[in-house]
Design a protein around this ligand. Structure first.
Ligand code: AMP
Length: 280
């Protein structure tokens, strides 16, 4: 497995793999790798001759007062996980390599970024869209693999890849969960034992709402209320939002008349958790 820290050699290696006729699969991550990330690597491995993982904690997607400094970083463990997943190349650049001084360009995706996490994390999706566009230019892959765990991010990236003619196919992969349903996340490491038990209420509430929809409930406000109630009953928390949205536009729906996505963000202690499920 090659470990590359600079943009030039990373792009050259990918171009060379493509010249040799390999399909290149790309998995962008911020490290602190877990089974959710590994599932993306496996999906890439199944269909691509060359699998590239990036490990980069992107400063521009963290707001002031967010956890950029505290975000878990353990490159050696991450590299072992990538080796175990049969990854061909890891791109793990320092911040200056991705953001040289003087950079004046950002990518903004309108519409899709305005709801859900958008208002709670100003600038976050511009940081995501900018770094992902840069990574697509540095690693000119055929396919890029993203998790449905970050559903709004997935939609934003699908949009920008199409709008900016990135020439990369975006592949969505299902959320990987712990045994009790909690969606795997690098941020779960912040949770105390009691918070970790409480955190299972998020997925439990989402699954319950999905079952209610399957049983015929169509009233989005009633569904949202029952999700909120279930989460608030589990212990102290701050709900940023619970919303039922159209899975393509992310616009809120009032009546569930077809496929929807139930999305939420909840703070337990100092940890902000997001999750979502498809229903309808
Ligand atoms: P992150 O390192 O949190 O930026 O995530 C990198 C990629 O892994 C993104 O495409 C995430 O959506 C995806 N991912 C994170 N957690 C999970 C999970 N539990 N299941 C599936 N994909 C995930």
């Amino acid at each position: 497995m090659r470990i590359v820290k600079q943009v030039g050699p990373a792009r050259a290696a990918v171009m060379e793999a493509r010249r040799r006729g390999s399909l290149v699969g790309f998995v962008p991550t911020m490290g602190a790798l877990h089974a959710g990330h590994v599932s993306l690597m496996q999906a890439a491995r199944e269909s691509c001759g060359c699998v590239v993982v990036s490990i980069f904690v992107n400063p521009t997607q963290f707001g002031p007062g967010e956890d950029f400094q505290a975000y878990p970083r353990n490159l050696q463990t991450d590299l072992d996980i990538c080796r175990g997943a049969d990854v061909d190349m890891v791109f793990a650049p320092p911040v200056e390599e991705v953001y040289p001084p003087g950079a004046a360009t950002t990518v903004h995706v309108a519409g899709l970024t305005e709801g859900l996490c958008g208002p709670h994390r100003p600038g976050h999706f511009d940081g995501v869209a900018t770094v992902v566009t840069k990574l697509f230019n540095i690693i000119p892959a055929d396919r890029a693999f993203f998790g449905e765990k970050d559903f709004q991010q997935l939609k934003v990236i699908e949009r920008l890849a199409f709008d900016l003619n990135c020439g990369v196919q975006i592949v969505a992969c299902p959320s990987v969960r712990e045994a009790d349903g909690l969606a795997m996340s690098s941020r779960n490491a912040y949770l105390s034992a009691a918070e970790r038990r409480q955190a299972a209420s998020l997925s439990a509430a989402l699954f319950e709402a999905r079952d209610q929809i399957a049983a015929g409930q169509r009233d989005a406000a009633a569904l949202v209320e029952s999700v909120r109630h279930r989460i608030e009953n589990a212990g102290p928390c701050r709900i940023d939002y619970v919303e039922i949205v159209d899975p393509h536009t992310l616009a809120p729906v009032r009546i569930v008349a077809g496929p929807v996505r139930i999305c939420l963000a909840v703070r337990i202690g100092r940890t902000r958790l997001i999750d979502n499920v498809g229903a309808g």
